[in-house]
Every structure is written in C-alpha cells, then in structure tokens.
Design a protein around this ligand. Structure first.
Ligand code: GLU
Length: 428
C-alpha cells in the first residue's frame, strides 16, 4: 500500500488476504470472504424544499450473513463511494464476529451532505433509501443503524417507512432508534464507552494507570464525545480534541494542557460535531491546525473520525510519548502506517474490536425489541462491558500466545469464526 490514492476496500482486502494466507484458509473460502456477497446501488429522487428534485446515489452492501442477518450502519457523506461502503461492510463482518454476536456484516451509504439539507429533505431522503431497499432488508435479513452523520431521528424515519410498506410494527428492522420508540438505553453512548472499556483493559495489561494518562482525540461526533466522557470519568485527561469546522471547511485542534472540559465543549458543539470556534477561543482553548491532534505529547491517541487518518504522511508525527492507539473510527490506519506503529511498539486496539460497542448494543437493542421488554441502563452497560472485556481478553491472549500484533490476532479470531460458519452451512 504505498499508493498515493487511498482505497478503503483495497486496504480491507489486503488485511484479509494477509491473515487468510497465514491461517491457511482454502481458496474458495478466501474468494467468498474477500468480497461482499451482495450489493445494491440505488438512485433516490428527493423533492427538495425549493421545489426541485435532486437525485442522490445510495448503497447497501452485504458482505456476509453466514453468522446471522447482515448488520451495520448507514452513513451520510458527500465523499461516500461504493468501495468505502464495501470496506465498511467487510469490517462489520469481522466486528460482529470478534465480539461473537450472531450477526453478519453490512453497510449503507448515501452520497449527500446533511449539513446543507433541511430536516424535511433528510426525512424524504431516508424514506427514499428504505423504499428502494425494503425488499432486501428486514429484521431477519439486514438491519441498519446510525453511522457517520446519521442519528436516532433518521433511524425512526427509516423504520416508519419500512413499517408503512409492510403494514405492521417491525422494531427489529433497525437499531439506534430513539429511547421510548424501540431504542435501547445506552445505545448512543455504547460505541464511545466501549472504546474506553477495552482501553482500560489494555492499560491494565500494560501496567499503566488510566488516571496517570493523557489523550488526544480526533473527531468530536457521537463516538469521540462519549469516549472522551468515559475516559475522563475514569480519571484520564484529554489534552486535545480535533474536529471538522463546517463554517471554515477545515478542521481544527482545540488544546488545553490542564485537560479539556468535555461537558463544556459538548455544550458548544453542533449535532455534526463542529465545535463553536469563537466560544472555544473565548474560553481559553488554544487553536491549532486540525492535523496537530496526532502530534501531541500524550500517552493515548484516539482517532474517532474517518478512515485513512494515520497514514504514511502522518504516522511520523506521532509523539514518542504515545503508548496506545485505540481506534475508535473504522479504518483510521493504513497498512503502511501500521508497519511503522508496530515497529515503534505502540499498542494498537484495532478498530473492529475497539469500536464494536455500538453494534454490540445494537444487538442488545434487537433482543429487547424482539421481546418488547427493555432493560435498565445499568443492565445494558454491564452486559456491554462484559462482552467488550471478554472479546479484548480473547484477542490479547491470542496475540501473546501466537506472538502476533493485536490487529492480526483480532483478524485471526474473526475470520476463523466466519470461515467456520460458511463451511458448516455447506457454502464452500
Ligand atoms: N455504525 C456502527 C459501526 O460501525 C454501528 C453499527 C450497528 O450498530 O449496526 O459499528
């Protein structure tokens, strides 16, 4: 991967191929698992508020459903591509497998910028996406959830459209719904909190006290905010946070060496994760360039934005002080950068393990929706913590026993489980 142009699907395939070779996966299983099993590419005409009709490009890609219905979020992003959705669907398969929940992998995307659309336009877009895909999705087929720039309100519009089409109540069609409308308590926090549960376990193994650590976070959307909250609750100090500024169309890093006040920063952040720059400066935050989050003298780096952020161009800016990288985003590190990080002996908690808390809680939401009986928040959090902790332990133990890096160990466990499922079903 020393190519200039980044392609997430090529990265996902390269990671898979390397491990498939190592574990001696047979050729047909390899061929089946190195690409999605099904893809839907759609056009969605949407009536805009100004009376015009705009046609949006959308996708749903199911990578594998041998272990259970395909599962994964739907992203809204102006730069969305089929290959990105392919990669993300593949990573979802490994994610569900590594935490051992009975679900497969899928992902959806729409090429759009919700920051420039009214709520009504977004609602029509959500409904249009479901209308095109209702026949190939459902509680037992493929279950969407929130992802980049989508949230509970989008999930409910999508559910409402699905239920209008099928004439009934099907809360298991989608997860990440609002609490009280079939959603699970704790789902909003789950991805960010899950990252910190596994980080806590990693620090224990490394003999580092979380209260004595500092962190720098890239991204202040749902995942970044909740990771920051849980980490500071456990006694860690966040020194810097970077986020996209939608007014200036660039990203900034906000730094405070005494520790960022997460609740204050959240109070001046919009629903897409843009911090109000003027208010932050007024409050005394130091304003740095968006890329500077990676170069801070901290113990922990938490990339919680998009893919391809730690790459051959940025990896050498990582400070000597960094001991752990907990990948909260999907695909933040390229294979090139990974090599450098491994050589430097930085402990990596790989994305599909680190950020699996979201889908794990989605699974709990499905279970609760199907029972029509909802757990209290403590019960959800307790179950989430124990699932994340045991997944971390299994990966860590394998990495020690087989002397491989954490990413490889996570892949070995995840791929083996899916390979076994496709074999047991007689697919290969
Ligand atoms: N979009 C989240 C992820 O990438 C959650 C997926 C889900 O809950 O299905 O893991």
């Amino acid at each position: 991967m020393s190519k200039e142009t980044y392609n997430a699907f090529e990265v996902a395939q390269a990671q898979f191929d390397q491990v498939a070779l190592k574990i001696g996966l047979d050729e047909s299983t390899r061929e089946l698992l190195r690409q999605p099993i099904r893809e839907y590419h759609i056009s969605i005409p949407v009536k805009m508020d100004d009376g015009t009709t705009k046609v949006f490009r959308g996708y749903r890609i199911q990578h594998n459903d041998a272990r259970g219905p395909a599962k994964g979020g739907i992203r809204f992003h102006p730069l969305e591509t089929a290959d990105t959705v392919r990669a993300l669907s593949m990573w979802m398969t490994w994610k569900c497998s590594v935490v051992d929940i009975p679900l497969g992998g899928g992902k959806g995307g729409i090429v759009c910028d919700p920051r420039t659309m009214s709520d009504r336009e977004q609602e029509r877009l959500c409904r249009g996406w479901v209308r095109q895909l209702a026949r190939v999705m459902g509680p037992n087929l493929d279950v969407p959830a929130p992802d980049v720039m989508t949230s509970a309100k989008h999930m409910l519009w999508m559910l409402d459209e699905y239920e209008a089409i099928y004439g009934g109540r099907y809360p298991g069609f989608i997860t990440g719904k609002p609490v009280g409308m079939g959603g699970s308590l704790g789902r909003t926090e789950a991805t960010g909190f899950g990252v910190i549960f596994v980080l806590r376990e990693a620090l224990k193994e490394l003999g580092i006290k979380i209260e004595e650590t500092t962190a720098s976070i890239q991204g202040f959307g749902n995942v970044g905010q909740h990771a920051a909250l849980k980490y500071t609750q456990m006694g860690g100090r966040v020194i810097a946070i970077s986020c996209w500024d939608n007014n200036d169309k660039c990203s900034y890093t906000y730094r405070c060496n005494n520790g960022v006040d997460i609740n204050f920063l959240r109070s001046i952040t919009d629903s897409f994760g843009t911090v109000n720059k003027n208010k932050a400066i007024e409050a005394g935050y130091e304003l740095l360039s968006g890329d500077d989050w990676i170069a801070q003298d901290v113990d922990i780096l938490l990339p919680a934005a998009l893919e391809n952020q730690i790459n051959s161009k940025t990896v050498n800016r990582i400070s000597k002080s960094v001991k752990v990288i907990a990948e909260a985003a999907n695909g933040p590190t390229t294979p090139d950068a990974d090599k450098v990080i491994n050589e430097r002996n930085i402990f990596v908690i790989p994305d599909f393990l680190s950020n699996a808390g979201g889908v794990t809680c989605s699974y709990f939401e499905q279970v609760q929706s199907n029972m029509n009986y909802y757990w209290d928040k403590d019960e959800v959090m307790h179950k989430l913590d124990s699932k994340m902790t045991s997944a971390f332990k299994a990966v860590y133990d394998l990495s020690v026993n087989q002397n491989v890096f954490m990413r490889e160990a996570a892949y070995i466990i995840a791929i083996n489980r899916v390979a076994q499922a496709v074999k047991m079903r007689g697919w290969v």
